[in-house]
Design a protein around this ligand. Structure first.
Ligand SMILES: *Cc1c(COP(=O)(O)O)cnc(C)c1O
Ligand code: SF4
Length: 342
């Protein structure tokens, strides 16, 4: 490269980008990889047409071969129940569209704002509210982050920025690094938080280039992971968490309470124990957002409360996630757990 010429992008994709590109994107290849017969195919195809199947191979490798009820598979394989209609399950259950003042900026809570950085994800979770979200214009990466940054700079009451999506870590490091540098230079900010499922479903993403922009600056780095079941947390995920921890990242996890997947005390206890073993504290356990197509994942609120109470009787307090619900106009997540001793 000659002097004065701007550095070009790396000529080859990084390892995680190749792994991302290799993910399964068709129901038939997912079923074949797990040795499942094609009786599941018609329902899977119908769901796929509405919200495509997408799952990294490394995540599929943690599923039980030949088991259609595997708790990881059920998060990603469309089933017939997705076609069930329920007027209580809507397109935008958390009111995100009306809360977006600047494209890509959600500033609903005191002191922190959330950037919808991109609509893309490495995995398509069937219970996700994102399945209907019109991301076309509503993300912050457009125009070199300009409007989003202008908004954040003009709000001195903000101390923390949350990179969310979609999944922010599907974006390349050169774009995220540019954003991180701008945030670093914004004096009122103290923390940079990322909400991502990539370190779980594609742990290759936690590489040197990522750690450099995430942990190399002034802002305290916080990573909120998203794992729902202990089986998601294999040795490759443990290694990714270890790298982040050694680089000074505070690691937390949010999970979604999902019927037939993690709605029993044993599953939740195993999840908390495994998270702590790999250096992650449980943070939130979210009651499902009532999004169209996800009725079959709902756990009734009284059952959810009973589960949280039972969990609190079995684990130290720091391993009990906060059971919460998201209400469109509330100033914070709404806690659902009732006091144990009352
Ligand atoms: C969930 C959420 C946050 C983060 O809430 P914490 O309680 O700080 O984890 C921030 N902004 C929006 C819009 C959210 O939905
Ligand atoms: S935003 Fe999170 S829950 Fe939704 S599809 Fe992406 S990874 Fe899954």
């Amino acid at each position: 490269m000659s002097a004065g010429v701007a550095p070009s992008r790396p000529p080859r994709p990084s390892a995680w980008q190749s792994e991302l590109a290799r993910g399964y994107r068709r129901p038939d290849e997912l079923l074949a990889a797990l040795g499942l017969d094609c009786s599941h195919l018609p329902a899977a195809r119908a769901g796929h047409a509405a919200f495509p199947v997408r799952v990294p191979r490394g995540f599929v490798a943690r599923m039980r071969h030949g088991d259609p009820d595997d708790p990881l598979l059920r998060q990603v394989l469309p089933v017939a129940a997705e076609q069930d209609d329920d007027p209580g399950f809507v397109q935008d259950p958390v009111g995100d569209l009306s809360a977006m003042s600047t494209p890509g900026v959600l500033h609903k809570y005191h002191g922190r704002a959330l950037l919808v950085t991109t609509g893309a994800c490495a995995i398509n979770c069937r219970y996700c509210f994102r399945r209907h979200f019109p991301y076309g214009d509503a993300h912050a990466a457009r125009h070199q982050w300009g409007p989003a940054l202008a908004y954040l700079r003009g709000r001195p009451e903000l101390t923390e920025i949350i990179l969310s999506g979609g999944d922010p870590l599907t974006l390349p490091d050169h774009r995220l690094g540019t954003l991180a540098a701008e945030l670093d230079a914004t004096p009122h900010l103290r923390r940079l938080r990322i909400h991502s499922r990539l370190p779980i479903v594609l742990p290759e993403r936690v590489d040197d280039a990522f750690l450099q922009w995430f942990t190399g600056g002034r802002l305290q780095p916080v990573m909120v992971l998203h794992a729902n079941h202990a089986s998601e947390l294999d040795d490759s995920v443990a290694a990714a968490c270890d790298r982040m921890r050694r680089a000074g990242v505070t690691l937390l996890n949010q999970a979604v309470l999902l019927r037939g997947i993690n709605d029993d005390v044993a599953s939740q206890e195993a999840l908390s124990e495994r998270l702590f073993a790999i250096g992650v504290l449980p943070y939130y356990l979210h009651q499902l957002d009532r999004v169209a197509g996800a009725t079959h994942f709902l756990v009734a609120e009284d059952r959810a409360r009973a589960l949280a109470a039972a969990l609190a009787e079995r684990l130290p307090g720091y391993l009990v996630p906060q059971l919460t619900r998201e209400d469109a106009s509330a100033p914070a997540k709404t806690p659902l757990a009732t006091p144990r001793h009352g």
